[in-house]
Structures are given as structure tokens and as C-alpha cells.
Design a protein. Sequence first.
Length: 161
Amino acid sequence: MRVLLPILLVSAAVLAGCASNSATPPTAANNSTDMTPAPMAMVATIELGESPTAPGGPAVGPGSMYLTPKGFDGLTAGMTITINITNKGSETHDVVIDGTDFKSGDIAAGKSVTKTWTPTKDGTYTAYCDKGAGVPDPSGQNLGTHRGNGMQATITVKKAA
């Protein structure tokens, strides 16, 4: 009996430990059974500038400035994207995305900034430089603005699956 009692006590302790571990539900702290994939990280670029660097564009007027987004394919609502914005021009520019709170702030000539954006809805958005906005333009063609001179592009955000 003396030999049997310690064996029974050790066995009971081992069984109790195994039972308590298997009965412990997963929590945020131990999260060992969560197989949810991490959100996909996306990186895109926007390059902007003005003549003479505007590819095939005139020196002044419509088409004399450009804004070229790349790498936005596959962007879905709710996904965070890192955007590297490079100003290849000789003037200060910025990037605004219509219908959102995205604003890059001023980007000096030859400089780059990195920003993140998480679109909340699917749809087509216009990204543009808003420099020159509010400048009177007697022609009515919005030529006083960088946007009116071609510094705009569309970005499509797909519906989340």
C-alpha cells in the first residue's frame, strides 16, 4: 500500500494536468488554434511631375503634368496599402484622393514620402494634385490647377471578398 499510494498520487496529478490543458479553450492570449491568415500587405507607388518630364506631354496646358499610380491592382475595401509617392517634377506637389481623408501633404521637388491608406468602400476614386486650386481661370478649363493640367488618375478599389 505504501508503494501504491505515491504511484496513485503521481498518476492523478498527471491526469489532472492533462485534463485541464485539453479543457482550456483557446483565448486571445494563447491563440494556438487560430489559423486566420494575416492580412496581405500591399505596396504601391505614385509618381508625379510636370513638363518636360511629362511623358509625351506639351510644355504647358492640359497634359503638361502627370500623376501615375502603379501597384493598386487587387486593392480591396478594408485593406491597408502603403503608398510611396515620388515628386519627379521641379515644383511642389501633393496627392489627394477624392471622397476620402487621404492627403499626402506637400512634397517638395525631387522628394518622396510614404503614406498608408485604408479605403473603407469599394469604387473608383480620383487621385490628384490640388495645387493651384482656387486660382481664377477665365477659360473655364481649370488650366490654373495642376489637376486641370493632367495631374490626376483613377484608382479602383474592389469589394472585399
